[in-house]
Every structure is written in structure tokens, then in C-alpha cells.
Design a protein around this ligand. Structure first.
Ligand code: ATP
Ligand code: MG
Length: 325
């Protein structure tokens, strides 16, 4: 019951961030980068995030044990949107063995020799795993759209460049994601929505603080000039590719602590929805286990208890009992 309530609270918390499939989004009008719901204080946000991280760790263990579903998290943002920090914080509690982060930069010549989804398909998570795409196949309808010269490098046949390239890519991406979802791979799509002013402030910090210089490049400042083009391109992506099977969530990113809390909540929501279970053993296997147990007990050396753990627990119980009296 308590679990249901928690699930409901998380669902409610993330509802305003979800892009309704079929709706026409205009970012500047529909989503406020400074929104923070009813979580007004950073301290509350921190507590929520800590609760989310604990919950994620538990669900990730079950996801791995069940080995039936996989989860793919796609993180998109403009520069300084906070992708790296979000990954670091949201994943801080989970077993690194079950998570793989893949970053996508300008494609290599080997990658350009393949269809445009190839390099993303190669990095998909296995069943039981969580894969995180730091930038994702959505770059193929974002940066490639804003800078069409990238399309020229993709060696597409003329037929693939005729007509509505972007509309076709949206359909292909939706179909690909539908196929993955149908086959047990849930897709979590997060857009960290930063305001232009907050990006300016973060860039300035990166320039002023020596320990952050490595995070800033002149290319970032150049890309900022295309701000409006990116806003338009993102609006189109959100309108065309938020689907029932893989909806987009627009995360208000001007406050890092709030963005991280939201990201953890969306991921938690997905895992709760999957509800992975530890596999149960069959009666036959249970019998095998009991035989093995008896053998191990028989191997106890002189003077050692047959089952050290059970003996220690019993001792503890007796001690407690004595204390009570
Ligand atoms: P950081 O936040 O640390 O800067 P980053 O993800 O921005 O990380 P960079 O090496 O700065 O990493 O930038 C990667 C660049 O690769 C981005 O400018 C992005 O637009 C570009 N890129 C990603 N995918 C593609 C693609 N398919 N085609 C062309 N460019 C791409
Ligand atoms: Mg960058």
C-alpha cells in the first residue's frame, strides 16, 4: 500500500513534465526552465533526490535479477544543460555493473559509413541493464538539422534526401523505439530545458573557474548563436516524437538540484512501471538447494556450528531476550 502511494506521488510529480503524445509543443510558451512545482526549497529537493536514488538502486537490482527488461535513458540538452551532473547524481546509488553510459560526439568516418541509427543501436543496453545515452539518436534531427552540412557528410543516396527528410527521420525513430519497447526495452527520454540566460551564467563560470575551463570551448559559444534554431528544432522533436510508448519529459534545468530530482523521478517511474521481480526458484531447484545445504552443514569442522550465520543470529536473539528480562 505504502509502495502504491509512493508510486502515485512520483507519477503526479512528473506529470507536468510529460509531453502529451500528439500535442504541438512550442518550448518558450509551454515549458518554463525555472519551474519547480511545489518543491520550493533546495533541502526538500535534496531529500527527494536521496529517496529517489535509494529506490533506483533497489529497482535496478531487481531489473538485473529478472533479466527480461532493459532501460534506455536518452539525455538531450544544449551545452551546459547539466547532462553530466545529472548522470552522476541520479546514478550515484546503483551498481555500476548494471549501467553503461555512452556519449555521442561528431560521428567518426566508420560511423558515417553506416545508416544513421547504427552507432546508437550498437550501444543499446542488454536485458537487465540500464543504458544511458549522453546525447542520443536525437542529434540526428537536432544538430544535423541546425547544421545541414552534417547531412552532406552522411553519404546518403539522393532518394534519401528528397522530400521531407526530417518527417521521415521522425517516423523512423518512432518506429525504432516502438520496436525496442515491444521487445522489452523501455525508453526514457529527458530533455534538460535550460534558459538562455542560465547558459550564459554557466559559460561565464566555466571561463572564470580554472577547474571548469576544460568544460568550455569556443565552439560552445559559437553554438549559442544558433539558440533560436535549436529551440525550434527541439520543439519539433518534442511534438513529433513524444509517443505513448516513449514519451518525452521536459526537465526544467535552470536549477540543477531540481533537474536531478526530476530525472530520478522519471526513471523511478519507469522502473516502478516495469515492476521487475526477483526470480523465484522451482520446487525441484529448492530441493537441490536443501541437499546442498545439508552437505555443507555436514562439512562443519570439529567445534564449529553447523550453520555459522544461524548460530550467530540465535546468539543475538538470546542476548536480546536476556536484556529484556
Ligand atoms: P560536454 O557537456 O562535456 O561539453 P558534449 O556532449 O557537449 O559534452 P562535446 O565533445 O563538447 O561533448 O560535443 C559533442 C558534439 O558532437 C556536440 O557539439 C554535438 O552537437 C556533436 N554531435 C553529436 N552527435 C552528432 C551527430 N550525429 N552529427 C554531428 N554532430 C554531432
Ligand atoms: Mg560540449
Amino acid at each position: 500500500m505504502a509502495g502504491d502511494k509512493r508510486a502515485e506521488r512520483i507519477a503526479e510529480f512528473i506529470r507536468p513534465l510529460r509531453v502529451e503524445p500528439g500535442s504541438k509543443v512550442r518550448l518558450s510558451r509551454d515549458f518554463d526552465p525555472a519551474y519547480r512545482g511545489d518543491v520550493l526549497r533546495k533541502k526538500d529537493g535534496r531529500e527527494l533526490l536521496a529517496a529517489g536514488v535509494t529506490l533506483l538502486a533497489d529497482y535496478q537490482r531487481r531489473l538485473a535479477a529478472q533479466n527480461t527488461y532493459g532501460v534506455l535513458v536518452c539525455l538531450q540538452a544544449l551545452d551546459a544543460g547539466g547532462k553530466d551532473g545529472t548522470i552522476r547524481h541520479v546514478m550515484s546509488g546503483v551498481n555500476p555493473q548494471g549501467v553503461r553510459v555512452s556519449g555521442f560526439k561528431v560521428p567518426s568516418s566508420e560511423e558515417l559509413d553506416h545508416d544513421y541509427l547504427w552507432r546508437y543501436a550498437r550501444r543499446l543496453p542488454a536485458r537487465g541493464d540500464i543504458g544511458i545515452f549522453n546525447r542520443s539518436h536525437y542529434e540526428e534531427v537536432l544538430v544535423v538539422r541546425v547544421h545541414p552540412e552534417h547531412l552532406d557528410h552522411q553519404r546518403l543516396p539522393a532518394s534519401a534526401r528528397r522530400g521531407h527528410v526530417w518527417a521521415r527521420r521522425f517516423r523512423e525513430i518512432n518506429d525504432w523505439e516502438h520496436y525496442l519497447t515491444d521487445n522489452g526495452f523501455k525508453i526514457v527520454k529527458l530533455f534538460l530545458n535550460l534558459s538562455k540566460e542560465e547558459q550564459r551564467a554557466r559559460f561565464l563560470r566555466r571561463i572564470d573557474r580554472p577547474d571548469r575551463n576544460w568544460k568550455f570551448s569556443a565552439a560552445d559559444a559559437r553554438e549559442r548563436r544558433f539558440w533560436d534554431d535549436y529551440q525550434r528544432a527541439f520543439s519539433k522533436v518534442l511534438s513529433a516524437t513524444s509517443t505513448e510508448w516513449a514519451p518525452w519529459y521536459v526537465i526544467p534545468a535552470d536549477r540543477k538540484w531540481f533537474a536531478r530530482t526530476c530525472a530520478a523521478a522519471v526513471l523511478a517511474h519507469t522502473l516502478i512501471d516495469i515492476d521487475p521481480q526477483y526470480p523465484t526458484v522451482s520446487d525441484e531447484r529448492r530441493d537441490d538447494l536443501l541437499v546442498a545445504r545439508a552437505e555443507l552443514e555436514n562439512e562443519a569442522p570439529e567445534g564449529a556450528p553447523a550453520d555459522p550465520y544461524a548460530a550467530a543470529a540465535e546468539k543475538k536473539r538470546q542476548k536480546k531476550k536476556k536484556k529484556k528480562h
